[in-house]
Design a protein around this ligand. Structure first.
Ligand SMILES: *Cc1c(COP(=O)(O)O)cnc(C)c1O
Length: 380
């Protein structure tokens, strides 16, 4: 590579954008004397609720916590089965295991890389209680088919929309409709609070039940007394985190517009002769949480070398995700190689390229040039 290229700063696959105003507002919280759950959390819940057509929203310390408590809210536990995708962050299965239920995987669709809705009915049993769809990379699962299927079989839907903040289905924003919807505010997500998440619920009763699950099961009464009727955990968000979230919420639509523009540039600059498979070119519904081409099959066994060759050119490439049913934890429950060939193939070839709002157009060009160079290096 040329010297000029080596001098460029390292380009990570993602980086949060926190503006000075937000930093000042976090400092205000630190000076206020009230740093854990308080007025900022309430303000963020109210702002999110307004965004989601008035549906109640409750914050949590992570999306993992929100999902686990959502399962508990639905009364799902030992003996119950929950259907989900093998192509997600392992949190999606871990929350099902956390409540003592059984995760049941269904292969993904090769084009969308999301759960293949046509295969769900074959996986239903009398024990199936819920579906956890995942909008991988922010490309939404077909909500019309999903919700019709759930209604037909009386299943709860707990949307793992961790990656889908600002994504839309048929003109409606994800979160503004459906059953329970969880978002993640982890540092890498389109809207961050460093760590955090939320659950969009159906009504005030569910919201109150979630509040108790989130904080030790405690119910406080106007006279200052309290009672605990049922188990609750510890999954509240801090006002420090909520202050970051309020700042992010002011900018998230601009962030997502910038992500879409950068994704579009990837498509324009892409050298199709290299044989990679690009994700669906959806510049309307997806929030472009990630840009994920699949390596050509011939190079799949050499993904590690490809990532190293990119790193040598100052470019960070991630892997989100290997098919999770092949993790030891899930193999121990009986899941095996060969059961979900589409997810296994995508999981073995997927790459996450740099895509974040502060990136320059020329960064996309740089990544595209580096990919061509890395392929040449591998083909030696
Ligand atoms: C990030 C993520 C989670 C977990 O979110 P946390 O806030 O880190 O707990 C769950 N599912 C998916 C699909 C994710 O991308």
């Amino acid at each position: 590579m040329t010297n000029s290229m080596e001098k460029l700063p390292f380009l990570p696959f993602t980086r949060p954008s926190i503006d000075e105003q937000t930093i000042a507002e976090v400092a205000d919280v630190l000076r206020s004397g009230w740093i854990t759950s308080g007025p900022r959390c309430q303000a963020l819940e109210a702002a999110l609720s307004e965004r989601f057509q008035g549906r109640p929203v409750r914050l949590a310390s992570s999306a993992t916590a929100a999902l686990e408590l959502a399962l508990r809210l639905c009364g799902i536990g030992p003996g119950d089965e929950v259907i989900t995708t093998p192509l997600s962050w392992v949190a999606t299965a871990n929350v099902i295991l956390a409540v003592g239920a059984t995760p049941v995987f269904v292969d993904v669709d090769a084009a969308t890389r999301n759960i293949d809705l046509a295969r769900i009915e074959a996986a239903l049993t009398p024990r199936t209680r819920a579906l956890i769809p995942v909008d991988l990379a922010g490309l939404p699962v077909d909500r019309d088919r999903l919700n019709a299927l759930a209604a037909r079989h009386s299943l709860r839907v707990i949307e793992d929309a961790a990656q889908a903040f600002g994504a839309h289905w048929a003109g409606r924003e994800i979160g503004s409709f459906g059953d329970l919807v969880s978002f993640s505010f982890h540092a890498n997500k389109n809207l961050t609070t460093a760590e955090g998440g939320c659950l969009v619920l159906n009504n005030a009763q569910e919201a109150r039940a979630f509040e108790k699950l989130r904080l030790q099961g405690v119910e406080r009464f106007p006279d200052g007394s309290m009672d605990v009727e049922q188990w609750g955990g510890k999954a509240n968000l801090t006002d420090l985190a909520a202050a970051i979230g309020l700042g992010q919420l002011r900018q998230v639509d601009a962030f997502n517009a910038r992500r879409r523009a950068l994704a579009q540039r990837y498509f324009e600059r892409w050298d199709t002769s290299l044989g990679f498979e690009l994700p669906p070119a959806d510049f309307v519904q997806s929030n472009w949480h990630m840009m994920q081409p699949l390596l050509p099959r011939a190079l799949a066994p050499r993904r590690g070398e490809f990532i190293e060759a990119m790193k040598a050119q100052g470019i960070g490439v991630g892997v989100h995700y290997p098919a999770m049913h092949l993790f030891t934890l899930l193999r121990r429950l009986g899941w095996r190689q060969g059961q979900f060939p589409v997810a296994e193939d995508i999981g073995a070839r997927t790459l996450t390229l740099p895509l974040f709002p502060a990136m320059a157009d020329t960064d996309v060009d740089r990544v595209c040039a580096a990919i061509a160079s890395a392929v040449r290096t591998l083909q030696g």
